[in-house]
Design a protein around this ligand. Sequence first.
Ligand code: C2E
Ligand code: MG
Ligand code: MG
Ligand code: MG
Length: 283
Amino acid sequence: YAAKRYTRQSAWYNDAQEASRLSHLSLLSDLRSAVKASELQMWLQPKLNLQNGRIYGFESLVRWQHPERGFISPAEFIPFAEKTGYIGIVTQWMLDSALLKLHAWKQHYPDLSIAVNVSTYDLRDRSFPERVVSLLKKYDVAPHLLKIEMTESGIMEDPQATIELLNRLRDTGVGLSIDDFGTGYSSLAYLQKLPVNELKIDRSFVSDIQHADATKKLVRTIIEMGHGLNLHVVAEGIEQEQEKITLSELGCDAMQGYLLSKPLYGNSLQEWMHLHIPLSQKT
Ligand code: C2E
Ligand code: MG
Ligand code: MG
Ligand code: MG
């Protein structure tokens, strides 16, 4: 489905600068084979519950190890993948990898969740909820262990259509989360209608919280509003102990950031989990 969409939208590319166009096009054809060649990796960054001090889950973040270009950051290739529809391949691969991991954790870490980032392109695909359901079945994973993150600005591109799709997604039982909250100009009227259960405060607010009293007041208001809407409130990008303390005092429910851990992969992930997460007593 992604390839078809690519042809339809290729006009956008004809307007782009020749040099960058060529380099992006080759990047994208590489992306198609990247999945097959196992060049994509799913890194995981832990999330800490500030009330009980427990690790309750991870956010998945894609990494691309390109054979010639080396490491390509998601900030670099996700936007182009979104504009061409190739993002669908990335999303499907990340969902599959996340559910495979949740399946593998069933015995020793049965309560951990994984969040997958999706773009508005994914949400425009009306078969998206069915694809999620069939993957949950394939790996025999409880729906609430999977969380879907979409950015506030993405939701606001077409709030009516998105709300409809989010309602169908919510009916599948997966968790829904608004990412980068505070940067996307959402109207409070829409916020009330979104069938989500989590709100993630954007990193830009966190880095200001110690220096600007106005930011601290704003974050306090966001947390109170989130709680008023029955949402779990997570702060992103916590790097300093003092930021963690302040956010706890403000009543924030959970945190994520370099202070706790950078995104992890492979042996580092296993070692980190071993040190920080007690094994389930269930056998
Ligand atoms: P995001 O979803 O808001 O993810 C958080 C980003 O902040 C990640 O960058 C993460 O590594 C970084 N981060 C976490 N803690 C800290 C911290 O304490 N300090 C600082 N400075 N940064 C921190 P990353 O992995 O480079 O991803 C950037 C963005 O790319 C993500 O923002 C998300 O919008 C997008 N992205 C990443 N993976 C995927 C994916 O699989 N699918 C889609 N659609 N988008 C993705
Ligand atoms: Mg995210
Ligand atoms: Mg974010
Ligand atoms: Mg972001």
